[in-house]
Ligand binder design. Structure first.
Ligand code: ZN
Length: 329
């Protein structure tokens, strides 16, 4: 995310508030960006830093080309400090080091920006140290704290920050965002139905795991349809090896659920809701086997399987039961 215009698409309120205060020269000394993972907090912090350092800002947008902008992109800006948890927490020493840095003036100006990621993971000592720091703001320093859990940050720090909420993305915005990030349309449709977390969606696309899930889901229904006697074999030899953990199996079942849901949408004539946008032929073929009532019964079976996995029933057993149930539907 390189421009406020883009952030306005996904986080209109946050983008509006930040650009407004910039335009009116009313930037706060400290910000707290809070919201779920994958809502763009980190990108917004980088964009805000660029806006503050770039000498060629126009309509709030940094130029992206000057030395300042480029050094921020490469993570080498001397006056932008980025603190992440050291292990499980942010320690007092990290905040002390930051303060030490601040006693030197910047090379080109006095402006400094520091970003504290997962600020809720500050130890009590670190938080108290930071609080002292926030109480004596130097004129040109801007703090940006990021958190998924703002309740875990002590009230005295929160009250010194301007709090900016990052909202979970709705499905359409999520899909458009992924497409803008270069994700294929067919993956963007499916992923945005699975999660509203951009980072999680992009992580799922790493390697060929997700492409294989997509394939396995369709193959499973094809086997159920054309060679039902081989379905259990397919589940044991093809399906299970791909889902070694409880979480990934839940994901697989989510995708299977979306496949049946699409069949239901097609039966109901709600094609605009379909997320397997490339598999129309296969869906139509599957619909010869599963009527609307049967699709609904299959969906109940999948939901039940998901519940059983949560209750720690053995995954292979759950999948075998589900397969038998899908055969009977
Ligand atoms: Zn610039």
């Amino acid at each position: 995310m390189e421009r406020w215009e883009q952030l306005k698409e996904t986080q209109p309120l946050a983008a509006q508030m930040l650009t407004n205060s910039y335009e009116k020269d009313r930037m706060a000394h400290a910000y707290l960006f809070y919201g779920h993972r994958g809502t763009g907090k980190r990108e917004a912090a980088r964009l805000l830093a660029k806006t503050l350092f770039c000498p060629n800002v126009k309509d709030s947008e940094p130029c992206q080309e000057c030395r300042e902008c480029r050094r921020i992109d490469s993570g080498n800006h001397p006056d932008l400090h980025w603190i992440e948890p050291d292990g499980a927490s942010i320690k007092k020493e990290q905040v002390l080091n930051l303060q030490k840095e601040f006693t030197y003036t910047g090379l080109e100006s006095d402006r400094k920006v520091y970003v504290i990621e997962a600020a809720d993971l500050m130890t009590v000592n670190a938080a108290n140290r930071l609080l002292k720091f926030l109480e004596e703001p130097s004129r040109d320093a801007t703090a940006i704290l990021l958190t998924e859990n703002s309740e875990a940050i002590i009230q005295t720090i929160r009250s010194r920050c301007q709090q900016i909420a990052f909202q979970p993305l709705n499905q359409n915005k999520m899909r458009d965002y992924l497409i803008a990030e270069g994700v294929s349309r067919s993956n963007a449709f499916l992923l945005s139905a699975l999660t509203n977390n951009v980072e999680e969606a992009l992580e799922m696309l790493e390697g060929d795991w997700f492409a294989n899930v997509r394939k396995l889901v369709i193959q499973l229904t094809e086997v159920l349809q054309s060679k039902p006697n081989e379905a259990l074999l397919f589940v044991n030899h093809q399906w299970m090896p791909h889902f070694s953990e409880k979480d990934t199996l839940q994901r697989g079942l989510d995708v299977l659920m979306l496949w049946y849901k699409d069949m239901l949408y097609e039966h109901l004539g709600r094609e605009e809701s379909i997320v397997f946008i490339q598999e129309k032929d296969k869906r139509e073929h599957a619909m010869m086997r599963w009527s609307r009532a049967q699709v609904t019964a299959c969906m109940s079976g999948i939901m039940e399987a998901k519940r059983h996995i949560n209750q720690n029933v053995h995954p292979t057993l759950v999948m075998e039961q589900l397969t038998l149930q899908l055969q009977r539907c």
